[in-house]
Write a protein that binds this ligand. Structure first.
Ligand SMILES: Cc1cc2nc3c(=O)[nH]c(=O)nc-3n(C[C@H](O)[C@H](O)[C@H](O)COP(=O)(O)OP(=O)(O)OC[C@H]3O[C@@H](n4cnc5c(N)ncnc54)[C@H](O)[C@@H]3O)c2cc1C
Length: 452
């Protein structure tokens, strides 16, 4: 008996390192220089090679490589797993990633984590606060400790009652002239710090944003370095209570916490003092433009822009590979072969615009990263001219890019409806989608009114 069935394309297998014949065939059709595009996307050949090198570092060890078992873990197991990954990074690559710490590289190697970098906040908002808001003496004292992970930290700004409206923060830092100390307090339930990443388990310090009070008068919101745990026992220090805020929509391996303070005393010198200082007599001295306080949140937005374009690119790559190997209906004239999903116009309409968005978002993010590095250099020289434009660009791009990526990844997911990439975590699409929701919904309106 003869069969009229069309030949079945070769199936791919990650385990056996076999590329599906349909994918191979599509790749052969590429009519541009892929290397050139990769270099452009990474902002140059040197950057591209660094990204490859980081990827190779992650591929070298089983624990760093990621596994499907991760999706079956509880939140706590995921967090422990993340700590194990970070520990391995620290042991294997101490010099490369920690001692010769280059802050702008952190988002790159953080992407290698399955789940989240447990000290992500230490390396971005906490580190940046010390570097940009701390004076030279404070930076010289604390930065070496951060690089050795002896000092790990969080950025404690948002409270239960206020997030976007920073001047509304209620935590107080009252100056005690006699003891030359600030006394940190959470006077109301709504003043409890709520949401900061790495707060409840992973940090032993917090940059606390609090309303400064001198002789009964409010003097605006400022940043203070507050030790939160005994570094030997890891117990919270007296007067401090902290905990986990509970499971979230996604992003669950991130340690988002709450914290409140009862008469916690810190030395006068623990105020971050590059741009403002309180002297022994309780006189406040402004030494720069206080809007620089926003510089730290601005940096997070820049990182979120880059993350949005990368997540969408990864999502589209997964969806389009699937659309090449998945065939449905024999609609090709004169052939019994089923058609690849990607060859349907409806699929092209879904994926084509996303590809264009990825390019635009990627080049714009590369530009923002570069501008942000210039901004940091200028802030350290007491130049503030770039703050305005960077505030506008980063806020606008962040809101727009995260929305496009969030919708785009969901579009990719829906394009594969009912299939593995739609709902199964192993496809990674649900994971990218959940990551994006936090970026999209996390926006502060950085008004120029912090010190009203
Ligand atoms: C994953 C994650 C990590 C976080 N990490 C940190 C951290 O490390 N440190 C930290 O301090 N905080 C952190 N946050 C908190 C975050 O910064 C705040 O949630 C954010 O600033 C929004 O503030 P809010 O929750 O008070 O929202 P709200 O300001 O209450 O906003 C609620 C809604 O009202 C809208 N809205 C607000 N004001 C206006 C207005 N003027 N006009 C029109 N609409 C308005 C908003 O767009 C939003 O839709 C994190 C949050 C998330 C989700």
């Amino acid at each position: 008996m003869t069969t009229s069935l069309a030949p079945v394309p070769r199936m791919g297998s990650i385990k056996n390192k076999v590329v599906a014949s349909d994918l191979e065939e599509e790749r052969k059709k590429c009519n541009f220089d892929q290397q050139e595009l990769s270099h452009l996307l990474w902002g140059g050949k040197e950057q591209y090679l660094r990204a490859k090198d980081i990827q190779a570092d992650f591929d070298r060890y089983d624990v760093l490589r990621g596994s499907e078992k991760w999706y079956d873990m509880s939140r706590e197991e995921q967090q422990e797993n993340a700590l194990l990954r970070l520990r391995t990074m620290y042991d294997k690559y101490t010099d490369k990633y920690f001692k010769k710490f280059e802050q702008h590289m952190t988002p790159w190697w953080t992407l290698g984590f399955q789940g989240l970098n447990p000290f992500g906040l230490t390396f971005n908002m906490f580190y940046s606060s010390v570097q940009c808001l701390g004076n030279d003496e404070q930076a010289a004292k604390w930065i070496p400790l951060i690089k050795e992970l002896k000092m790990t930290g969080c950025y404690a700004q948002t409270e239960l009652g206020h997030g976007s409206f920073v001047p509304g923060l209620e935590t107080t830092a009252t100056f005690d002239k006699e003891k030359q100390e600030f006394v940190i307090n959470s006077p109301t339930i709504s003043s409890i710090k709520f949401w900061p990443g790495d707060m409840s388990r992973f940090s032993n310090h917090a940059i606390v944003f609090a309303k400064l009070i001198i002789e009964g008068k409010p003097m605006g919101v400022h940043a203070f370095m507050v030790p939160t745990r005994d570094t030997q026992t890891w117990a919270p220090l007296p007067g401090i209570e902290m905990g986990d805020i509970g499971p979230k929509f996604g992003y669950n391996s991130k340690d988002n916490g709450y914290m409140f303070f009862r008469n916690v005393r810190i030395p006068r010198t623990s105020m971050l003092r590059r741009f403002v200082e309180v002297d022994e007599n309780g006189q406040i001295q402004l030494k720069g433009d206080l809007r620089a306080l926003y510089g730290i949140m601005l940096e997070t937005r820049v990182w979120i822009c880059g993350n949005a374009s990368q997540s969408l690119a990864q999502g589209l790559m997964i969806a389009s590979r699937y659309a090449v190997v998945r065939r449905q209906f024999s609609t090709i004239d004169g052939s019994k072969e089923e058609r690849k999903l990607l060859d349907y116009q409806t699929h092209m309409f879904k994926f084509g615009p996303l590809m264009a968005y990825i390019m635009v978002m990627n080049f714009s993010s590369n530009y923002l990263f570069k501008e942000h590095r210039t901004l940091v250099g200028e802030l350290l020289q007491n130049q503030f001219g770039r703050l305005d434009i960077m505030h506008h660009l980063s806020a606008g791009f962040k809101a727009t890019f995260s929305r496009i990526a969030y919708d785009g990844i969901d579009g990719c997911r829906q394009a594969q409806l009912t299939r593995v990439t739609t709902l199964q975590c192993y496809s990674k699409l649900p994971n990218f989608y959940q990551r994006l929701i936090k970026s999209h919904q996390r926006e502060k309106r950085h008004r120029d009114c912090l010190h009203t």
